[in-house]
Design a protein around this ligand. Structure first.
Ligand SMILES: Cc1cc2nc3c(=O)[nH]c(=O)nc-3n(C[C@H](O)[C@H](O)[C@H](O)COP(=O)(O)OP(=O)(O)OC[C@H]3O[C@@H](n4cnc5c(N)ncnc54)[C@H](O)[C@@H]3O)c2cc1C
Length: 482
């Protein structure tokens, strides 16, 4: 039995960051909003799972945001969860021989010159490589070729720029594989430019790293609670089986249990691989750009969660250079997070355990490897930097690989990413994979949600800006990239 349409109503399908951001923007603009998420909790790929053995909420993978993520930061401020992130302006790097180096940009030099002392601080790179990297970064800022399937990959471009093997392996790959989630042999120069210009060169604080101090799932749940307080109806465990496509428009959503809800506007905020199932053949034919987005290549990310009986580092994060392990993050310590409905009983061993996670992006090579060998290599990596970790007892571990963690930002990808508005009245798209200009990130997801509501507002005849502006670009980078 169809439920009656509410005036100015929006259904949001998917409770990842794109869906949550769309809900926040829509409710702010006076819409009646209902969000449908198939999982028990909101958060999607940036969410958490309940680890039975550790009896706590654990991130599927720790997520890092940067100072340049203006829309994500604004979303967190609007929903009252910004205190859940800690901002780090000093980044800790460990060179191939295990020596620690600090990445510390200058306070007084203007962007992008503020990066020079930071680059110099990476003492595992030769002076010659550091100079070469600096020059290539400036050329990257001026790179103008349009993204196309036959454009160079970043790996090819770096060869042309005569970057040494060490510069590629110990610098470019370290930054870009974690930022874009795929290898230099796959990613486009356009995507790499976005990372370096927006993430490092544009403004002095853009490189700063934001890491959650609480499990991400807990933070997104708090944002959802805030949204509920604003009147957004959030339905979890509510899989949308299909969108109602009749008389050339999308008129609402059909839940898997058969209930139909009618809405004026529907935002499909699911991942690109989930889109064909949700839209169905008729809608895919009407929105061919959605069908092409579903063909985007994926890239895997692996998170190796480790629980020890004692702490062996006080660092909140570390970039591990030249090894299988890429980043180490300290897990939220001593806080046992429980989403209200399942309090559980904490075991004494885990009450004081040291939880840390090693993240490996672009982990294609791990897909065919057993977890035992991956774990052994990761433990060796850690012990070669922190020998104390060998003395600590490993209480529990979990190796989680998400094969479709992110879409791969290959040459030609931009043309495959559709705008948030579609030619079908009532249908809008959101998700990190839509056209935002950003790689697959929380910022890209939030931007897509904001852009989807901008498109809804245009369709309603009351255009407004929802997107939060970028950090202002320094005069020098504007001049360099002119
Ligand atoms: C392992 C890993 C590490 C990452 N690291 C980082 C990082 O460090 N920094 C960073 O910024 N980004 C990182 N990312 C990327 C980031 O997580 C994503 O870009 C972002 O979370 C995407 O959000 P989204 O809302 O677009 O999509 P999703 O999170 O995929 O949300 C889609 C939602 O739709 C729901 N859904 C699907 N179909 C239906 C249906 N039929 N009915 C109802 N609901 C449905 C899904 O359950 C899901 O919750 C990482 C991703 C992964 C997987």
């Amino acid at each position: 039995m169809p439920s009656p349409s509410k005036p100015n109503s929006i259904a949001i399908v998917g409770g990842g960051l794109a869906g949550l951001a769309a809900a926040a923007a829509a409710v702010e603009h006076g819409f009646h909003v209902e969000l449908f998420e198939q999982a028990i909790h909101v958060g999607g790929r940036a969410g958490s799972y309940r680890d039975k053995e550790a009896d706590r909420l654990v991130d599927l993978s720790p997520h890092v945001a940067m100072g340049c993520c203006t829309n994500l930061i604004q979303f967190c401020q609007a929903t009252g969860i910004e205190g859940g992130f800690v901002r780090h302006s000093l980044l800790h790097f460990f060179g191939p021989d295990g020596t620690q180096y600090e990445f510390k940009p200058s306070h007084w030099l203007p962007a992008p010159l503020h990066l020079m002392p930071a680059l110099r601080g990476l003492g595992y790179l030769t002076r010659r490589d550091q100079r070469g990297i600096g020059k290539a970064m400036l050329r990257l800022a001026r790179y103008r070729l349009p993204d196309s399937p036959d454009a160079s990959t970043m790996g090819q471009w770096l060869l042309v720029q005569r970057q040494s093997k060490n510069a590629v392996r110990l610098f470019w790959a370290v930054v870009l594989e974690s930022a874009l989630g795929d290898s230099l042999d796959h990613v486009s120069v356009t995507a790499a430019k976005k990372v370096f210009v927006d993430g490092f060169m544009a403004a002095k604080s853009s490189y700063e790293v934001l890491i959650a101090r609480l499990p991400l799932g807990e933070l997104w749940q708090r944002a959802a609670t805030w949204l509920s307080g604003q009147g957004v109806k959030i339905h979890t465990k509510a899989r949308i089986a299909s969108l109602k496509f009749e008389e050339g428009r999308v008129a609402g959503v059909e839940i898997a249990d058969g209930q139909f809800h009618s809405f004026d506007h529907t935002v499909a905020a699911v991942a690109w691989k989930q889109l064909p199932k949700l839209l169905g053949d008729a809608l895919l034919a009407a929105v061919p750009e959605a069908a092409s987005a579903a063909e985007l290549e994926s890239s895997p990310v692996t998170a190796v969660h480790l629980w020890y009986d004692q702490r062996w580092t006080n660092l909140p994060h570390a970039a591990i250079v030249g090894r299988l392990s890429q980043w180490l993050f300290e897990g939220p310590q001593g806080i046992r997070h429980t989403l209200a409905e399942s309090p559980g009983i904490e075991s004494a061993a885990f009450a004081s355990a040291f939880h840390c996670t090693v993240v490996i992006s672009a982990s294609h090579a791990l897909l065919g490897r057993g977890t035992t060998t991956v774990l052994a290599e990761v433990l060796d990596d850690l012990a070669s930097i922190w020998p104390e970790s060998r003395a600590a007892k490993l209480l529990h571990h979990r190796v989680l690989t998400q094969p479709s963690a992110v879409f791969s930002a290959r040459p030609g990808t931009d043309a495959m990413r559709p705008p948030q508005g579609t030619a079908v009245p009532g249908l809008f798209l959101a998700g990190d994979w839509t056209a935002t200009g950003w790689p697959a990130t929380m910022e890209g997801a939030v931007r897509s949600g904001n852009l989807a509501i901008e498109a809804v507002l245009v369709a309603c005849g009351r255009p407004a800006t929802v997107l939060t502006p970028d950090l202002p670009k320094g005069f020098l980078i504007r001049w360099i990239a002119r």
